[in-house]
Design a protein around this ligand. Structure first.
Ligand code: ATP
Length: 226
């Protein structure tokens, strides 16, 4: 059997509100590392996500993420978006990250299918691939709605196999598979506010890392109750 170590290059970038981080996010990051031999995945909690309102303070979202990735050597948390004032635009993040890492390092922006489908609403979306590759995956429960034809025409000539993204710094688009995971932060918040803590945990059925659940309870986030 050939046990040659896999050559890993580049970084995966996973942005989101993570309010709170849940098992679906961690499964997504793991699926990326299976499909694309990246060195690690960096989680970027958004400071002020311009498409969402009423989210929890950044410090709580950051602390929960740090707890969730504590024992995962290939996952890291970046405060880059939390530290920036004003609305969080991904184009600003990838532009400054590219400056930081230099022109050669492969950078892969990871998108769930809902974000991929929504891409044309993002600021300067067609410029993203000047700085990063994009890897998107399907998500359980997401409507199989058609993608904007302008986006399809833009993506088509850039299409690549996921494992090939580590051979260049940016510019390609790949789709990768992930076993469906039903977790969503909206459902976590709803269940936490509707049931006492232990009943909520039963309903959530492993969607929350235990340390994250304890953090939510300790800080009474999402209206959680004893
Ligand atoms: P909310 O329910 O508040 O909208 P969310 O659970 O979708 O939140 P986000 O922080 O918005 O979480 O998501 C960050 C990224 O993780 C997005 O790319 C999103 O598509 C992806 N993602 C979230 N949940 C899952 C899941 N269960 N399976 C795969 N990808 C997911």
């Amino acid at each position: 059997m050939n046990d040659a170590p896999i050559l890993r290059r580049g970084l995966g970038l996973l942005g989101g509100t993570f309010d709170p981080v849940h098992a679906g996010h961690l499964a997504l990051a793991s699926a990326v590392l299976t499909a694309i031999p990246l060195i690690r995945v960096e989680f970027f909690p958004a400071g002020d996500p311009w498409q969402k309102h009423g989210i929890s303070p950044g410090l709580h979202r950051l602390n929960m993420l740090r707890i969730a990735v504590e024992y995962e050597p290939r996952f890291r948390v970046s405060t880059a978006e939390l530290c920036r004032s004003g609305p969080t635009y991904t184009i600003d993040t990838v532009r400054s990250l590219r400056q930081e890492v230099g022109p050669a390092m492969p950078l892969v922006l990871i998108l769930g299918f809902d974000q991929w489908r929504n891409l044309t609403t993002w600021r300067s979306w067609q410029t993203l691939t000047d700085y990063v590759h994009i890897a998107w995956c399907s998500r359980a429960g997401a409507e199989p709605a058609p993608i904007d034809p302008v986006q399809t025409a833009w993506a088509e000539p850039r299409t690549a196999a996921p494992c090939d993204l580590i051979h260049s710094p940016c510019g390609r688009i790949a789709c990768f598979d992930m076993p469906p995971h039903r977790a969503s932060a909206t459902a976590v918040r709803r269940i936490m506010s509707a049931y006492p803590f232990s009943a909520a945990m039963k309903r959530l059925d492993g969607w929350l890392p235990i340390g994250v659940a304890q953090y939510i309870r300790m800080h009474r986030l999402y209206g959680s109750r004893q």
